[in-house]
Design a binder for this molecule. Structure first.
Ligand code: UDP
Ligand code: MG
Length: 318
């Protein structure tokens, strides 16, 4: 029988853990030709998430958990789940039931058709604030233009992947991880499945606006050098304009004589160039910061405890 691991990152999800397991299990038990296992990753929750996960693991044989020493972020949590997975197929999904487990049969069918991956994207954004949808949409447009990682608008981290694809993902050593980009980067063949957005009914979203801005920046900067190239283009264009303007002033002076020195134009040019220089430094700084975090070679997450050795003990006793 083929095996499937379900990786679930959890951060302060005490309201949803029980409901998630109950709801997902309904769908899992309906699929009889695969054997399922859950890998919950407690991403340094400050509430009772870990306690609930331990309870779940005590009651159910198919529950594993990994718990971090602090909050490392959803990307790190997903990575930990993938790294500790051993199954033939791996499903990644959120804990808040916004990723409907009813899609399992469709996802599995997709991968059984021979695709390496079958991923969901939402066609609606009900229950999301307009401003967030707007930013999100512009992000996808910008990202698809600037980087080679093309993803459909509405792509979410809900997918099933083959062992081979997960092994390639886990082998990528980078520390600042933007999974949606990495999923595309490793290649392989992905089938996209649409679904209607489900509102979060339990718990609250863990994203703050600043977090989303960082997420978007990470996405573009990790996968594109275009912002750096833009600087060169900008710099060159400004030089050409300055040269032409200089020529214009020279001719004007020769033809009409000396002008009264223009305070306004001087200030404008100064400010404009100052701004461009600041911007350039900022962009270089963003890349430098990425290099800085990568060279430190710190681990992506630190595990404090887990019950994954359960499987090793089982293997020994078999
Ligand atoms: N999450 C996490 N670590 C974090 C933030 C979020 O593991 O630092 C998990 C969270 O528990 C949930 C998933 O990532 O299972 C998606 O989070 P959320 O529902 O808050 O995001 P949204 O659906 O609003 O994009
Ligand atoms: Mg959510």
């Amino acid at each position: 029988m083929k095996t499937i691991d379900i990786v679930v990152p959890c951060y302060n999800e005490q309201e949803v853990i029980a409901a998630f397991y109950a709801e997902t299990s309904k769908h899992v038990t309906a699929i009889t030709d695969y054997s399922f296992r859950y890998i919950f990753v407690n991403d340094g929750s400050r509430d009772n998430t870990l306690l609930l996960l331990k309870g779940l693991a005590a009651d159910h044989d198919d529950v594993r958990y990994v718990s971090f020493s602090r909050n490392f972020g959803k990307e790190a949590a997903m990575f930990a789940g993938l790294k500790n997975s051993t199954a033939d197929y791996i499903i990644v999904m959120d804990a808040d039931l916004q990723h409907p487990p009813a899609l399992f049969p469709e996802l599995i069918a997709g991968i059984e058709e021979g695709h390496d991956c079958c991923a969901a994207y939402r066609t609606t954004r009900t229950g999301e604030r307009k401003i967030r949808s707007l930013f999100s949409q512009s992000f996808y447009k910008l990202n698809n233009k600037l980087t080679n990682t093309k993803m459909p608008y509405g792509a979410v981290d809900y997918r099933i992947m083959s062992r081979q694809m997960v092994d390639s993902l886990v082998a990528l050593p980078e520390k600042e991880r933007f999974s949606k980009g990495l999923f595309c980067w490793v290649g392989f063949d992905t089938k996209w499945i649409p679904y209607e957005n489900v509102e979060r009914t339990l718990g609250t979203t863990k994203w703050k606006f600043s977090g989303l801005v960082k997420y978007a920046l990470d996405a573009i900067i990790s996968f594109s050098v275009f912002p750096l190239r833009l600087l060169s283009i900008l710099g060159a264009s400004i030089s050409v304009i300055a040269l032409l303007y200089g020529l214009f002033l020279f001719i004007k002076t020769i033809m009409f004589g000396k002008d009264i020195p223009g305070y306004a134009s001087t200030i404008i040019i100064l400010l404009f160039l100052g701004g461009i220089i600041e911007l350039s430094l900022g962009i270089i700084g963003e890349y430098l910061a990425r290099i800085f975090t990568e060279v430190k070679q710190r681990p992506i997450y630190i595990e404090k405890e887990s019950n994954l050795d359960k499987d090793k003990n089982n293997e020994k006793s078999n």
